[in-house]
Write a protein that binds this ligand. Sequence first.
Ligand SMILES: Nc1ncnc2c1ncn2[C@@H]1O[C@H](COP(=O)(O)OP(=O)(O)OP(=O)(O)O)[C@@H](O)[C@H]1O
Length: 254
Amino acid sequence: MSLLKAVGLGIQFGGLKAVDEFDFEIDKNQLYGLIGPNGAGKTTVFNLLTGVYKPTSGQVIFDGKSLLKMSPTQITQYGIARTFQNIRLFKDMSVLDNVKVGLHHSQNYSLFSTVLRLPKYFKGEEAMEEMALSLLRVFDLEQFAHVRASNLPYGKQRKLEIARALATSPKLLLLDEPAAGMNPTETAELMETIKIVREKFSIAILLIEHDMKLVMGICEKIAVLNFGTILAFGTPEEIKNNPDVVAAYLGNDE
Ligand SMILES: Nc1ncnc2c1ncn2[C@@H]1O[C@H](COP(=O)(O)OP(=O)(O)OP(=O)(O)O)[C@@H](O)[C@H]1O
């Protein structure tokens, strides 16, 4: 059984079908990409999967349950976390506190005790602090724990957003253009971090990204969205060589 299954998902804004007949499945521990031209509907898909928008048609089943009646908060608690195209950190809070906020939203942060191999004697607030620090360690951000989030360099803020999303102990992590605005060194570092996260936390990841080197380099499968519908789905190799995709997307300047 797939972890997430979207069937015939669609939403209309006035006369515009932003997403239409979107069929998609992702299984546990898979790393998929969602690409497509500007305005193709990628972020709208994320908004549909996380309950920000209610679909005008279709269904989303996640871990055996329909998400349609759940609020965004309930969906987070049920196991889908996301990051945003524009960084949305609590800028005036410390790096550590940003992660702790995520932990407070987690239903089963005991999972981290196992993943991060924390000693059993950590309890309550102390455990939370230790878990947050361990998460920061994964992202090489531990030394910035007490720095105000807005004072971190841009690439590190992006990493902190992912750390905070992970703190909710998701089964599926949605990353919306995680490499946006990064320089090539930061992007290469991010690629490694995403791979480590997937392996260490055994979660599924779906990422929207315009950086083709990143998408083709780490994703097992890629879905291409065009005018709100799936134009192609396959391995990076298949997508690269798909004439429809080249004509609609890869052939242009992006
Ligand atoms: N709340 C909304 N109200 C009206 N139209 C919307 C709304 N949200 C998205 N749209 C429209 O839906 C279409 C898809 O937008 P979306 O942001 O999902 O595209 P995208 O593929 O993520 O683009 P980009 O790569 O530029 O981020 C666009 O035409 C957009 O203007």
